[in-house]
Write a protein that binds this ligand. Structure first.
Ligand SMILES: [Zn+2]
Length: 232
């Protein structure tokens, strides 16, 4: 790997046994990477990068906006998502009890005790998200246990930074990412099905894909939908 510089832009260049130059910008910081054929010369790589500058800058801008959006203060007026639907947060301070309520299909009312900090408000919402998932997951698992003839012995919800779910095959236990409470329900179902297929096939091989095609023929579309979303 080496780097080239165009203006204030640094680009990592990798040589690979490929036919064409390939460019990618990666979240969350907008790192730029070019994969180049083994025999390509420096000049052609540089020209290629220059021709893509506008696209690179646009991608980087998009990532930075997403990072900004993900920084929440948990104050009134912010957008928060529940199962793919956007709600406007309304903080109701000085409440006798912490709780969360959806109102008029529009507002996410957050009742908090007097003098709540951002961290406390975040925790109330996080626990509410956890409760939403915990009431939804059992019926999805039950449905798919019957279809797939496998048994999930235990499951849980937790914060995960790089994965939507995981499966411990030996213990027949699956873990679901807490952030799935913000995504459409079909995304939650897709992740559960994926993890449950691991009880039939450990690896992401052809057999695994064949199971996914059989159980959830539209799984690729849902996977793409999820991969467009970025973790922080
Ligand atoms: Zn997997």
């Amino acid at each position: 790997m080496h780097q080239i510089r165009i203006g204030n832009l640094e680009i990592d260049v990798f040589r690979k046994d490929i036919k064409n130059l390939h460019l990618a910008v990666y979240p969350p910081n907008g790192r730029v990477r070019i994969a180049a054929p083994l025999k390509s010369n420096e000049e052609s790589i540089r020209l290629f990068a220059v021709s893509k500058i506008t696209w690179i800058k646009n991608q980087q801008k998009k990532f930075h906006e997403q990072v900004r959006q993900s920084e929440r203060e948990y104050v009134s007026g912010e957008s928060h998502y529940v199962y793919g639907t956007r709600y406007l947060l309304t903080v109701i301070p000085d409440s006798p009890k912490n709780h969360v309520n959806i109102r008029n299909k529009t507002y996410l009312d957050l009742y908090v005790k007097k003098g709540s900090t951002k961290e406390q408000r975040e925790k109330v919402i996080t626990e509410w998200y956890r409760k939403q998932l915990k009431s939804e997951i059992p019926q999805i698992i039950e449905k798919w246990q019957d279809i797939m003839c496998v048994e999930v012995k235990d499951w849980g919800v937790k914060k995960m930074r790089t994965k939507w779910g995981s499966c411990n095959i030996e213990n027949q236990r699956i873990w679901i990412n807490l952030d799935l409470a913000k995504k459409p329900k079909h995304c939650l179902e897709y992740v559960i099905v994926h993890e449950m297929v691991h009880l039939l096939e450990r690896n992401h091989n052809d057999q695994f894909v064949a199971y996914m095609d059989r159980f959830l023929p539209q799984w690729r579309i849902i996977k793409n939908e999820l991969n467009k979303l970025i973790f922080y």
